[in-house]
Design a protein around this ligand. Structure first.
Ligand code: NAG
Ligand code: NAG
Ligand code: NAG
Ligand code: NAG
Ligand code: NAG
Ligand code: NAG
Length: 809
C-alpha cells in the first residue's frame, strides 16, 4: 500500500527556506522541483497556445496566478489558482516542491499563501510541472504525463476548456464544477455554479447561491435535453459518461484549430465563445428572445388567471384528472426538453416496451422515455409525480410518454405533434445559454397530478345530489337538496354554527360521504331574484384561486338560499392573532405568508377581467386558514360583482365592518376596489401588530391602530408596533415594509392608495417605497358612535365588530 502523509504548511515553509535561493533557468513549458517563478516570469505551452503566470484581472491591482491564451492580445484568463487569495504585492513566487505540490509564497517572508494540495504521496520522485497546449497545467513524475499527480483541469474556475470533465468521480467522491467569478475584476468565488446533479438520472444544472436556477436537462445519448441544437455543432462534440466510477460530461474539439471556451459569467449566463481570428475577437452565440411556454395537449393551466399574468408557477394540470383507472395510457409528446429528473428512476438496459409496462403498472409513474436515444435507443427513464420544467422546441428535442386518462388517449398511432394543443405564450424573463446553444426556460412547468388539486372540483365527484344548475357548458355547479343540508348540519343546530357573516349564519356540515363543508344560510330577507342569485353563484363558482375559499355548490329551495363551501379546519385568522396563546402559533414567516396570500387572493378578485369583484367586507374574521396555514378569503361570494370597465359604483346598501371600512365608503357609500385596498391595509397592520384596529386604545392618546401606526412611522419607531409574541422570529425589514405598505393602503383618498398589483410588487421587491400621507380615519373613536340620519340598522351580527347597514333611499 502506498504510504501517504500530510505535509503541514510549517514543514513546507521550513523546507522552502532551505531551498529558496535555488533558482535555475527552466524549459519554457515546465517547472521543475524547487524552481521558483517570479511575478514577471511565465511558463508557455509547447505550441505557445497557453501561458501561465501572474496577472492582474480587469481594473484590479491584485495579482493572481493564472493561465491564459498566449496568442490572444486582450488577455483571456481560463484558470486562476489563488481565486480567493489576492496577492497585494509583487514579491510572491510560484514553486513546485519535491512532494509534488505547487505553492505560492511570499519570497520576502517565506509564508506559503496557496497550495495546490494539502497532502501528497511520499513516494513522488522528481516531480515536474508542465503546461500543456490544452491549457492544462499538470504535475507528473518524470515523463509520465498520462497519470498526473495533480492537474489544473481538476480544479475548474469559470471556464470549461475542451477536455475538462464536469461531473463526479464516484470512487474519490470528487466533484468538478464551474463557479463564476465575482466580477470581471475579481476571480473570487461568485454566486453561480454549473454542476452535474447526480440525484436521480444525472442532469446539468446551474445554481445561484445553492438554489437551482436553470436545468439543462438530462443527457439523452446525444445531447442535453434542454439544448436540442447541440447536435448541429461542427466544431466540437460532447461526451457524456455514466458508469459506476465516473459521471461527467466533456467537450472535445473536432477541429483542433478552433479556439472555443464555455464561460459561466459572473451574472450567471453561460456563454459559448468562439475566437474569430481575423476579427481578433470572441464571438458569442445569440440568445433566443422569445421562448414559448404552453400546456401540452390534454393539459390546462392550473390557474388560468395567473397564467394570463405570466405567473406560470402553478403550471399545468390534466384536463381530465388521473384516477389510476386501468384504461389510462400514455400519449407521446415530441420535441420536448425532458422534465426535471430529480427523483426519477432509470435502468440502462431495459427496452422501451419494458419501460412502458413498468410505468403502466405503477400508478404513481407519470411518464417515461428512452434513456439513451443514440443508436437504436436503449434504457428506460421513469418519472414519478410532477413533471417539472418541460419545454417544447420547434424542432429537435426529445419524446416523452405521459400518462393520461382513457378519454384523453390519442388513437393508436400518434401522428400529431404535441403542439396541436392549446397555446399559452409567456415571455420568460431569464435566459441562459447552455453549451453555447441557447436555451431559454420556462421554469416549473408543472403538471399537478391527481386529485389533491381537484378535490371538490365540479366533475364526477358531485355525488351528493346529481342535479346540476344547467345552461352553462363549462360549469356544472352541484345543487344540494335541502334535506341533505339539514342532515349534514344536524338541522342547523347551534352546535354546528361556526359564526355569522354579513349575510347570515354559517354552519359546519358533514355530508354522507364524510366530506366536511361549511354551509352559509343567507338571510331570507334578501330581495335578490332567484335567477339573479343563480347567475351570480355560477359566476362566483368559476372564481378559483388558492387564496379564495372554494364554493362547492348551492341550495335554492323554498325561501332558502344557501352556499356550500369547503370547510377549513383552522378557522379564521382572528382566532389566532387576537388570542394570547394561539397568536404564538403564528410566527413572522407564517404572518408574512398570510399577508402575501391575502394580497394575491384580493388581486385575483379585483383584476380577473371576466368578473371583477369588490369584496366590501375584508376583515380578519373573513380570512380562513387551511391545514397548512394558507390564507383563504371567504365571504366574497356575496360581494358585488360588476362589469369589466366600471371600477367604481355607488350602492344604497352599505355592507361592511367598522374599523375596516374606507372613509368614502362608510361616508358616502361609494365603493371601489380601492375601498378593499383600505381594508387590506387595516388587515396588514392588524396581522403585523396583533391588535385590532377598532378597539385599539393606547394609554397616551386616543388614536386607533392606524393613527398609532402613523404616529410611530413618523417618529421612525414602527418596530414598537410589532407584536411582542413574534420575538426572534421577526424579519425586521419585512415587518417594517409591511407596516409601510399597510399605511399606504389606508390613505384617506382612494386615488392615493396603491392598486393590489402594486401592493404585491411592493411586497415582493426590496426597492424604495413611496411615503404615506396622513391616513384616513385617523381618529377611530368618533366613528364608532356615528349614526347616519338616513340609515337604518339591520341584522346586527353576533360579532360586535361586524354590522351591516341598510341605507334606505
Ligand atoms: C523581472 O523584474 C526584475 C526586477 O523586478 C527585473 O530585474 C527582471 O529583469 C524582470 N524579468 C523579466 C523577465 O522581465
Ligand atoms: C478586452 O477585454 C475587456 C474585458 O473582457 C473588454 O471590455 C475590452 O473591450 C477588450 N478590448 C479589446 C481591444 O478587445
Ligand atoms: C487545504 O486545507 C484547507 C483547510 O483545511 C482548505 O481550506 C483548502 O481548501 C485545502 N486545499 C486543498 C487544495 O485541498
Ligand atoms: C448510449 O448508447 C450508445 C450506443 O448504444 C453507447 O455507446 C453509449 O455509451 C451510451 N451512453 C450512455 C451515457 O449510456
Ligand atoms: C435493468 O433491467 C434489466 C432487464 O429488465 C435487469 O436485468 C437489470 O437487473 C436491471 N438493472 C438494474 C440496475 O435495475
Ligand atoms: C411505484 O414507484 C414508487 C417510486 O419508485 C415506489 O415507491 C412505489 O412503491 C411503487 N408502487 C408500486 C405499487 O410498485
Amino acid at each position: 500500500m502506498e504510504e501517504r502523509r500530510v505535509i503541514r504548511t510549517m514543514f513546507i515553509f521550513r523546507f522552502l527556506v532551505l531551498h529558496a535561493s535555488i533558482t535555475c533557468t527552466f524549459a519554457a513549458d515546465t517547472l521543475s522541483a524547487n524552481q521558483a517563478m517570479v511575478y514577471n516570469e511565465t511558463i508557455v505551452s509547447p505550441q505557445e497556445t497557453f501561458e501561465l503566470g501572474f496577472f492582474r484581472p480587469g481594473k484590479s491591482m491584485n495579482l493572481y496566478l493564472g493561465i491564459w491564451y498566449k496568442k490572444i492580445p486582450n488577455r483571456t484568463v481560463v484558470w486562476v489558482a489563488n481565486r480567493n487569495i489576492p496577492l497585494k504585492h509583487t514579491s510572491f513566487e510560484l514553486t513546485l516542491i519535491v512532494e509534488g505540490v505547487l505553492i505560492i509564497r511570499d519570497a520576502t517572508k517565506g509564508d506559503a499563501v496557496w497550495l495546490s494540495a494539502n497532502s501528497s504521496t511520499a513516494s513522488v520522485r522528481n516531480p515536474i510541472g508542465q503546461l500543456l497546449d490544452t491549457g492544462n497545467f499538470i504535475i507528473h513524475e518524470g515523463f509520465n504525463q498520462e497519470e498526473p499527480i495533480w492537474q489544473s483541469f481538476d480544479c475548474m474556475t469559470n471556464t470549461l476548456l475542451p477536455g475538462m470533465k464536469v461531473g463526479r468521480n464516484m470512487v474519490t467522491g470528487i466533484e468538478s464544477h464551474l463557479t463564476s467569478w465575482k466580477s470581471d475584476d475579481d476571480p473570487a468565488y461568485g454566486e453561480f455554479s454549473e454542476w452535474i446533479d447526480t440525484r436521480g438520472y444525472p442532469q446539468l444544472i446551474i445554481t445561484e447561491g445553492g438554489k437551482i436556477k436553470f436545468r439543462g436537462g438530462p443527457w439523452n445519448g446525444l445531447r442535453f435535453s434542454g439544448a436540442p441544437n447541440l447536435k448541429l455543432n461542427p466544431f466540437f462534440i460532447i461526451t457524456f459518461v455514466v458508469n459506476p466510477t465516473e459521471i461527467y460530461y466533456q467537450c472535445n474539439l473536432i477541429d483542433t484549430s478552433v479556439i472555443t471556451r464555455l464561460v459561466l459569467q459572473s451574472n450567471g449566463q453561460v456563454q459559448r465563445l468562439l475566437w474569430i481570428d481575423n476579427k481578433q475577437e470572441w464571438n458569442p452565440c445569440n440568445i433566443d428572445k422569445t421562448p414559448i411556454c404552453e400546456c401540452l395537449k390534454g393539459f390546462e393551466p392550473t390557474s388560468p388567471y395567473q397564467w394570463k399574468i405570466t405567473d406560470w408557477s402553478q403550471g399545468c394540470r390534466h384536463t381530465v384528472p388521473l384516477d389510476c383507472n386501468p384504461g389510462e395510457g400514455f400519449n407521446k409528446y415530441t420535441n420536448l426538453k425532458l422534465p426535471d429528473t430529480q427523483g426519477s428512476w432509470y435502468n440502462q438496459t431495459m427496452t422501451l416496451v419494458e419501460c412502458d409496462k413498468m410505468c403502466k403498472t405503477n400508478c404513481s409513474c407519470t411518464a417515461y422515455t428512452t434513456l439513451n436515444i443514440s443508436g437504436s435507443g436503449s434504457g428506460c427513464l421513469l418519472w414519478f409525480g410532477g413533471l417539472i420544467d418541460i419545454r417544447t422546441f420547434a424542432e429537435g428535442g426529445d419524446s416523452l410518454y405521459i400518462r393520461v386518462s382513457a378519454s384523453e388517449l390519442d388513437s393508436i398511432e400518434n401522428s400529431r405533434s404535441s403542439n396541436a394543443g392549446r397555446r399559452v405564450r409567456v415571455i420568460v424573463p431569464i435566459a441562459f445559454v447552455v453549451l453555447g446553444i441557447l436555451v431559454s426556460l420556462c421554469l416549473f412547468y408543472r403538471f399537478y397530478m391527481k386529485k389533491q388539486q381537484h378535490g371538490g372540483t365540479p366533475g364526477n365527484e358531485c355525488v351528493h345530489d346529481p342535479e346540476y344548475i344547467s345552461g352553462n357548458e363549462d360549469l356544472e355547479l352541484p345543487l344540494f337538496g335541502l334535506p341533505t343540508l339539514v342532515k349534514a348540519t344536524n338541522n342547523f343546530s347551534m352546535d354546528n354554527k361556526l359564526g355569522e357573516g354579513g349575510f347570515g349564519p354559517v354552519y359546519k356540515g358533514v355530508l354522507e360521504d364524510g366530506q366536511e363543508v361549511a354551509v352559509k344560510r343567507l338571510a331570507k330577507t334578501s330581495t335578490q331574484g332567484l335567477c339573479e342569485f343563480k347567475n351570480e353563484v355560477i359566476s362566483i363558482s368559476k372564481l378559483q384561486h388558492r387564496n379564495l375559499v372554494k364554493l362547492l355548490g348551492c341550495c335554492i329551495e323554498r325561501a332558502e338560499k344557501m352556499l356550500i363551501y369547503e370547510y377549513l379546519p383552522n378557522k379564521s385568522l382572528d382566532s389566532f392573532i387576537f388570542d394570547k396563546t394561539r397568536s404564538e402559533l403564528l410566527d413572522w414567516t407564517a404572518r408574512y405568508h398570510i399577508i402575501n396570500g391575502i394580497a394575491r387572493g384580493l388581486l385575483y378578485l379585483h383584476e380577473d377581467s371576466r368578473l371583477r369583484i369588490i369584496h366590501r367586507d375584508l376583515k380578519v374574521s373573513n380570512i380562513l386558514l387551511d391545514q397548512d396555514m394558507n390564507p383563504k378569503i371567504s365571504d366574497f361570494g356575496t360581494a358585488r360583482s360588476f362589469g369589466g370597465i366600471q371600477i367604481e359604483a355607488n350602492t344604497n346598501r352599505v355592507v361592511g365592518t367598522y374599523g375596516y371600512m374606507a372613509p368614502e365608503y362608510a361616508g358616502d357609500g361609494t365603493f371601489s376596489i380601492k375601498s378593499d385596498v383600505y381594508s387590506f391595509g387595516v388587515l396588514v397592520l392588524e396581522i403585523v401588530c396583533g391588535e385590532k384596529n377598532r378597539g385599539f386604545i393606547h394609554k397616551e392618546h386616543s388614536n386607533n391602530l392606524i393613527g398609532h401606526a402613523w404616529g410611530l412611522q413618523n417618529k421612525g419607531r414602527s418596530l414598537e408596533l410589532v407584536a411582542k409574541c413574534l420575538g426572534d422570529s421577526i424579519n425586521v425589514s419585512q415587518a417594517l415594509r409591511s407596516i409601510h405598505i399597510g399605511l399606504l393602503c389606508v390613505q384617506r383618498h382612494p386615488e392615493d392608495r396603491p392598486a393590489m398589483t402594486f401592493v404585491i410588487q411592493m411586497l415582493v421587491s426590496e426597492g424604495p417605497l413611496p411615503s404615506p400621507k396622513e391616513p384616513g380615519f385617523y381618529i377611530g373613536k368618533s366613528m364608532q358612535d356615528t349614526t347616519r340620519s338616513s340609515s337604518s340598522y339591520e341584522a346586527i351580527s353576533n360579532n360586535e365588530l361586524s354590522i351591516t347597514m341598510l341605507n334606505g333611499r
